[in-house]
Design a protein around this ligand. Structure first.
Ligand SMILES: [Zn+2]
Length: 150
């Protein structure tokens, strides 16, 4: 599942694998250090401020602002069929940064650095696996949240 994370976002998610399960439920989670309270997105098990390995998940609103973006015309292997596409980096209101596709609710000509965004959990259903990622959408974009046992 992890090679599909955000399609463009390859990070070591050891210890934070529940992140994918939450995303599947439509919940965008960050991590909060139990020692110093520092928050991160994507979640990280080891605090970059105090090196503590103790963290807890907290649900984020996904409100964000566009920090930068780039149009990918020559896509890497495996992504050729979807190019061209636009990838953005968004600063989340509650801390952290999301690197993700700019979704269908935003037209290319509307994209501006500093614009408000909503990070939205997404699911690809292909083959037998469920793949999760998130995209950057217009503020006010809604999606379905569920609760599954974990
Ligand atoms: Zn810490």
């Amino acid at each position: 599942m992890f090679e599909w994370f955000g399609k463009v976002n390859f990070s070591p998610y050891t210890k934070v694998t529940d992140f994918a399960q939450y995303l599947k439920d439509g919940r965008l989670m960050g991590s909060k250090c139990k020692t110093c309270g520092s928050t991160s997105f994507p979640p990280r098990a080891d605090c970059d401020k105090c090196m503590s390995g103790e963290f807890e998940f907290f649900e984020m609103s996904g409100k964000a602002r566009l920090h930068t973006y780039t149009k990918i015309v020559a896509a890497p292997t495996g992504f050729e069929d979807v190019a061209p596409y636009i990838v953005g980096v968004a600063d989340l209101e509650e801390g952290g940064r999301a690197l993700a596709w700019i979704g269908e609710t935003i037209k290319e000509e509307e994209i501006k650095i500093g614009m408000e965004l909503q990070v939205v959990p997404q699911i690809f259903e292909e083959l037998e696996e469920i793949k999760v990622y998130y995209s950057l959408e217009k503020p006010g974009t809604t999606w379905v949240k569920t609760n599954s046992a974990r």
